[in-house]
Write a protein that binds this ligand. Structure first.
Ligand SMILES: [Zn+2]
Length: 420
């Protein structure tokens, strides 16, 4: 049975891989763990639950669903982590000194399903039902029916308050607590006597001890960036992730992940890679092809020596990793030189003049008309962002804008913008 459950899990993950790059990217961080019926009861887990470190508890009921529903369930659990629900519940408890984990979980489900259901089906729930067209959710508890309007504009905490407001106090006490997502051990709350039964530290026993917690917000931003490059971002997610992106994303991580995973590849589903056998997780073998990329350095912008050094050494790492051919384009408001680069470190010595006008239009024109550059699929441009760009995004080219520390604060009109 255990094998069958894990097989279903892998199958659902492959389904995501083929159809939903955003969820699939995040699903790679899930570590499945089969639990028995007895353990499920003890932990208050119905079918599936997740912990902050990515441990995903599953029992045999998981196999009762279709692959699409299973994929939807993985996406559902992932989104609890992206929304940071476990942590936020603790924060709410800390502030209010009381709370119902069960109700918080239902409120979280409303927010989560509002994203997931736009891409994937979920098993019907008797407790939480969404009507995406009307933008409403119905929460059914103990014979009571609470309707929540305008769900796309409400946070989990706001929905929680709405449900609590309508619940008679005595009913609240009776509400059993099936914990769907799990809490890792949290310093301040480990000994909190306000915590409800069933949400306590015994649940964290399911996640690995001493494993590092993942930053799901950062991962979601990366996942989003990748999905966007493949033109496949789940509806309803844009706004959420835009909100997450604002605080500043790690440009190095974004670039590195992009190059290590998305550059011309071909998933070969037939044989799991050696590595995945060792960890017991199916990771499709990735076939990399040689790639060509262009690096454009804008010499007129406000780019410090440190920016340039950081950029060049980061690119050097990336190039080594993906075995790419690199073209360096030196520009300000015109293109000065286009050279195949043998050793990218040489670029550290380029003189940044600063102060002049900048336009990237000539760079894009060069890429279009210069026959030497016809295989270039990716452009990474170091600039302060105060520059002219073509009105339309160039076809067949992915652009990364790396904005220097003194550069603009907004995103470029197309491509992916990362800030140093
Ligand atoms: Zn849930």
């Amino acid at each position: 049975m255990k094998e069958k459950i894990l097989e279903d899990f892998r199958r659902a993950r492959i389904y995501l891989l083929r159809n939903h790059p955003f969820f699939s990217y995040l699903a790679m961080y899930l570590k499945p763990k089969v639990i028995s019926e007895e353990e499920s009861k003890k932990l208050g887990i119905d079918v599936i639950a997740v912990a902050k470190d990515g441990t995903l508890a599953l029992n045999e009921k998981f196999c009762e669903y279709s692959v699409k529903e299973q994929a939807g369930m993985l996406a559902h659990e992932i989104m609890h982590l992206v929304f940071n629900h476990p942590q936020r519940f603790f924060e709410m408890l800390r502030k209010k000194r009381e709370g119902s984990h069960y109700i918080y979980n239902l409120a979280g489900d409303v927010v989560v399903d509002n994203v997931v259901l736009r891409s994937l089906p979920l098993p019907e729930s008797e407790v939480v039902r969404l009507n995406l067209e009307k933008n409403t959710a119905t929460v059914q508890i103990g014979g009571m029916k609470i309707v929540i309007n305008n769900i796309d504009k409400k946070t989990t905490e706001e929905i929680y308050e709405e449900i609590m407001k309508d619940m008679p106090k005595d009913m609240l006490k009776k509400v059993k607590v099936p914990t769907e997502f799990l809490f890792g051990k949290d310093e301040d709350d480990a000994d909190s006597d306000r915590k409800e039964e069933g949400t306590g530290t015994e649940i964290s026993s399911i996640s690995g001890k001493g494993k590092k917690e993942l930053n799901w917000k950062d991962l979601a931003v990366e996942a989003y960036t990748q999905a966007k490059l493949r033109g496949n971002v789940p509806a309803g997610l844009e706004r959420l992730v835009e909100g997450l992106v604002k605080p500043k994303i790690n440009w190095k991580t974004v670039l590195r992940r992009y190059f290590s995973q998305l550059i011309p590849y071909d998933y070969t589903y037939s044989k799991p890679s050696k590595k995945s056998e060792a960890v017991g997780v199916y990771i499709p073998a990735i076939k990399k092809e040689g790639m060509e990329l262009a690096v454009a350095i804008d010499t007129s912008g406000s780019i410090s020596e440190e920016d340039l050094r950081d950029f060049v050494s980061e690119m050097a790492g990336i190039i080594q990793q993906c075995n790419a051919t690199v073209w360096a384009i030196i520009c300000d408001c015109e293109v000065y030189s286009v050279n195949k680069v043998k050793n990218i470190s040489e670029l550290k010595n380029i003189k940044i003049k600063g102060g002049g006008g900048t336009s990237h239009i000539p760079v894009f024109e060069e890429l279009k008309k210069n026959p030497k550059l016809k295989n270039v699929k990716v452009l990474v441009a170091l600039t302060d962002g105060y520059t002219e760009v073509p009105k339309k995004p160039p076809q067949g080219l992915t652009t990364f804008w790396v904005i220097s520390r003194d550069g603009i604060n907004e995103k470029m009109p197309f491509g992916v913008t990362v800030f140093m």
